[in-house]
Design a protein around this ligand. Structure first.
Ligand SMILES: Nc1ncnc2c1ncn2[C@@H]1O[C@H](COP(=O)(O)OP(=O)(O)OP(=O)(O)O)[C@@H](O)[C@H]1O
Ligand SMILES: [Mg+2]
Length: 366
């Protein structure tokens, strides 16, 4: 069976490195601090959070804001997760003991994935939220704080504009509940948590997860996994694999998955090229969609310039790509940074964060 895993569910056997970041997360929480995990898409935020939930020994609740459609729904999910955490088997008793003030408004159903709670429309959101917070407060204890992990926090607006202020008010009065937030729109998360005008300024310690995985760990991982599954990869092919993926967590897994499927007994350079083609083919709709969303007139040109290592402000490059002046290049690149596609390395020197998207741009527009 193919031993590589990509998907929402954390697999400890496929987790590479992140030791420093994981121990920073642990020690921040142990000392009672909230944490804000920031990284571009597919850099391993969810896996790090799930590792924490599974292995830290803390009692945790994990919530994914992208799967929440309203404040009412968020409260219902907090209640369902609390019930799960308490490992109770009687929902009626749970409601009686923990949600006394809500008892008239809560109903539950028992499904394949456990007990799900639903909240009636006849109670206002404010009271729902304060009762849900009260429940979390009851679960936390000075000797065993409750850790609430909120993933995809950049999506809070689709739940409620009021959420940041309300969470802030809650944890300022509740020392036994600690929050771990995670989000992928760096610009927005930074503004929210780390700029003085942000609604959650000073509400958590930043944990930056935007570095690629290190070469030695990735190549060791490949060699080990191939061997354990009855195939082989030489250290030179593994090294070339690393150059292509740069150690981007998602591409490490998915490219290794393709490579393992492509090769017979031993992975060769040719298999690697084939796997890369497969990968680009698999991801092409996502990339085209990104280009569509970006839409602006000069975005493609600036992306091609960056992918081909041009100084985007040089007169020659601007002339070659028919960009009228450096301020247009500057505005475009700022937008790309804001949306998390590009990172600044030094003046005039930028990098497309996603290495396979970069390869796609070079192939598509050259
Ligand atoms: N430490 C790691 N070691 C190896 N593979 C990893 C690691 N972290 C993540 N991955 C791989 O990358 C994939 C994407 O990771 P994950 O879903 O955690 O990213 P994310 O930052 O939460 O992305 P998004 O912003 O899109 O939610 C995982 O499915 C897994 O295959
Ligand atoms: Mg995620």
């Amino acid at each position: 069976m193919n031993p590589f895993r990509f998907g929402r569910h954390y697999d400890p056997d496929c987790f590479v490195d992140r030791e420093r970041e994981y121990s920073q997360l642990l020690s921040a929480v142990q000392s009672g601090n909230n944490v804000v995990v920031v990284a571009p898409r597919r850099f391993g935020k969810t896996w790090l959070l799930q590792k924490f939930v599974a292995e830290s020994g803390f009692q945790c609740i994990y919530l994914d804001l992208l799967s929440v459609i309203s404040l009412r729904d968020l409260c219902a999910k907090m209640i369902s997760k609390s019930f799960e955490l308490l490992k109770l088997n009687d929902p009626v008793k749970f409601i009686r003991e923990y949600l006394k003030n809500l008892s008239r408004h809560v109903s539950f159903s028992i499904g394949a994935d456990g007990v799900n709670f639903t909240l009636g429309k006849d109670i206002d959101e404010e009271s729902l939220l304060s009762e849900s917070y009260r429940l979390l407060e009851k679960l936390g204890d000075p000797m065993a704080p409750l850790i609430v992990c909120i993933d995809e926090f950049q999506a809070y607006r689709t739940v409620s504009e009021k959420l940041p202020g309300s969470i802030r008010g809650f944890f300022q009065t509740t020392p036994n509940v600690i929050f771990v937030f995670s989000g992928s729109m760096r610009h927005m998360i930074e503004e929210l948590f780390f700029q003085s005008k942000g609604l959650m300024y000073h509400c958590g310690i930043k944990l930056d997860l935007s570095s690629f995985l290190p070469k030695e760990e990735v190549t060791d991982y490949l060699v080990r996994k191939f061997e354990a599954s009855g195939k082989r990869i030489s250290s030179s092919v593994a090294g070339r694999f690393y150059e292509i993926t740069k150690g981007h967590p998602y591409y490490v897994q998915i490219m290794a998955y393709e490579l393992w499927n492509t090769c017979l007994k031993e992975a060769t350079e040719k298999d690697l090229t084939e796997a890369l083609n497969q990968l680009i083919f698999r991801e092409r709709h996502t990339y085209d969609m990104a280009l569509d969303v970006l839409g602006q007139k000069y975005v493609r040109k600036v992306l091609i310039m960056i992918a081909s290592n041009k100084d985007i402000f040089s007169i020659e490059a601007l002339r070659e790509f028919e960009i009228p002046n450096p301020s247009i290049a500057n505005k475009t690149v700022k937008k790309l940074i804001e949306l998390g596609f590009v990172e600044k390395l030094s003046r005039g020197n930028y990098e497309i964060i996603d290495p396979i998207f970069e390869e796609y741009i070079l192939r598509r527009f050259s």
